[in-house]
Design a protein around this ligand. Structure first.
Ligand SMILES: NC(=O)c1ccc[n+]([C@@H]2O[C@H](COP(=O)([O-])OP(=O)(O)OC[C@H]3O[C@@H](n4cnc5c(N)ncnc54)[C@H](O)[C@@H]3O)[C@@H](O)[C@H]2O)c1
Length: 436
């Protein structure tokens, strides 16, 4: 089996390495020539557990190579897997430009009987209406007859990619029955994960979005219940744990907001499209707004329960969108910074995964707890390195209040050091009285 993986990114390269490890001959195609050279030297461009070993052994065994020439690689392939990014347009619709560019290169090299499997998350109907026509036009071949097309969403997470790829059921749907069958065979043989056949492209596209929307709506519900808990004076962490004991509820964690490539982005692939189709997704739309408002809501709360932040030094802990990774795509640190600046705060940030230069490049002013004077702290990312700060030391450096945006710290320890503690879904009154 000769497989081409178009897009050697954080998702595409582990997938390609796994296909190779399972015996396929794999070519990674990417527009980034530095990345291509790195792969061909047998090295991993990313910090991803085990990926370096997979690349080294498969490049050495000549089962894995990379190129910038997609069309030539596709010419010799039985299967093409596409996993390049799709972002949002200004109008918050899906931007197909990268997928179309990749599809043009693929179409020019496409041979009869090849399977093209798209893995990039798209809007429902996007593969059939936006991408298949490009393949047909460039190749002169007919989808479902001369070549096969499937959609199989990537559903794993950075930092856990190789293990999750082998465990997470692979959802597969095809352009027609023959396409679905080809894709089911591919993933069964070369991935090792169970395969869930959902029959059509559209069902597979919707299955991916449905999972993302469920998560976003669930988090929004947790955020609203947490806000109510703050007002009525109960600890939402206790409430949530108790509610989830019925075996039916699975309330997720509230927090200072949702970041990353996926959850804040993919609901928009659905929202405008569903309005155009006459079936507005009201819950998803509301959830997106609620989760987007969380950073500003936390700043308002800081002002309400502490002091106006105007002229005060407020320090953000964490730029990463999730713990212990150096990825800040749609990180809530950005809207948090903007909300604080809009109210006149002097905003600084630190993150153990980012140097001071990295922090400046992201548009923040670097500072360091225990060294620089600051008035308040907002925890944005629950990095392990932030787990056990010396709160007394922080108090000695002037810190009067903190927002624990991830309910990461012991409220008693914070209050005991004389710092006002504000957790999400946790009123300060639930902690021992602060001593300010
Ligand atoms: N990163 C995640 O956590 C995650 C999780 C689930 C699903 N996904 C899906 O995977 C997709 C890709 O994510 P990623 O994290 O691997 O992105 P990435 O940015 O790490 O990698 C994308 C790669 O595509 C390459 N590329 C861009 N245009 C190209 C073209 N025309 N031809 C060939 N290569 C091209 C880029 O150079 C880059 O190396 C996402 O859009 C999403 O749909 C990502």
């Amino acid at each position: 089996m000769r497989i081409v993986v178009v897009g050697g990114g954080r998702m595409g390269l582990p997938l390609a390495s796994l296909f190779a490890d399972n015996g396929a001959t794999v070519t990674v195609c990417d527009v980034n020539s530095v990345l291509v050279d790195t792969i061909n030297r047998g090295l991993s461009p990313y910090e991803e557990p085990d990926l370096d070993h997979y690349i080294a052994r498969n490049v050495k065994a000549s089962r894995l190579a990379a190129t910038t020439n997609t069309t030539a690689a596709v010419h010799n392939a039985n299967v093409v897997v596409v996993i390049v990014p799709a972002w949002l347009t200004e109008a918050r619709d899906i931007d197909y430009s990268v997928l179309r560019a990749a599809s043009r290169d693929i179409g020019r090299g496409l041979q009869p009987r090849t399977l093209v499997s798209y893995e990039t998350t798209v809007a429902v109907g996007g593969t059939r209406s936006e991408l298949v026509p490009v393949l047909e036009q460039e190749s002169g071949l007919k989808a479902g007859v001369d070549f096969f097309v499937s959609f199989s969403p990537e559903r794993v997470k950075a930092n856990l990619v190789l293990s999750r790829l082998q465990q997470t059921p692979k959802i597969v749907g095809g352009y027609n029955t023959a396409s679905t069958q080809k894709a089911v065979d591919l993933y069964k043989t070369y991935l090792g994960a169970p395969v869930t056949d959902v029959i059509s492209l559209e069902a597979a596209e919707l299955a991916k979005l449905a999972g993302m929307l469920y998560r976003d709506v669930n988090i929004a519900l947790a955020n609203e219940l947490a806000a109510l808990s703050e007002i009525v004076g109960v600890d939402f962490a206790l409430v949530r744990d108790a509610a989830n004991t019925d075996g039916e509820s699975r309330l997720l964690l509230p927090g200072i907001g949702v970041g990353g490539h996926c959850t804040p982005v993919y609901p928009h692939f659905m929202i405008n499209d569903a309005i155009r189709r006459g079936v507005p997704q009201r819950l998803s739309t509301a959830a997106r707004a609620i989760n987007d408002e969380q950073p500003a809501r936390c700043v308002e709360r800081l002002e309400r329960q502490w002091k106006p932040v105007n002229g005060r030094a407020v320090h953000i802990l964490g730029l990463g969108f999730r713990p212990d990774v150096k990825v800040d795509t749609y990180s809530t640190a950005y809207p948090l910074r903007d909300a604080l600046l809009a109210r006149g705060a002097v905003v600084t940030l630190e993150d153990p995964f980012y140097s001071d230069d990295d922090v400046r490049a992201a548009g923040f002013v670097p500072a360091h707890t225990g060294r620089d004077r600051m008035d308040a702290i907002v925890l944005n990312t629950a990095h392990t390195a932030f787990k056990e700060p010396n709160f007394s030391d922080w108090r000695a450096h002037g810190i009067e209040a903190l927002i624990d945006g991830r309910n990461f710290w012991n409220a008693d320890a914070v209050s005991g050091a004389g710092i006002l503690y504000l957790g999400i879904g946790r009123d300060a009154a639930l902690s021992p009285p602060n001593t300010l």
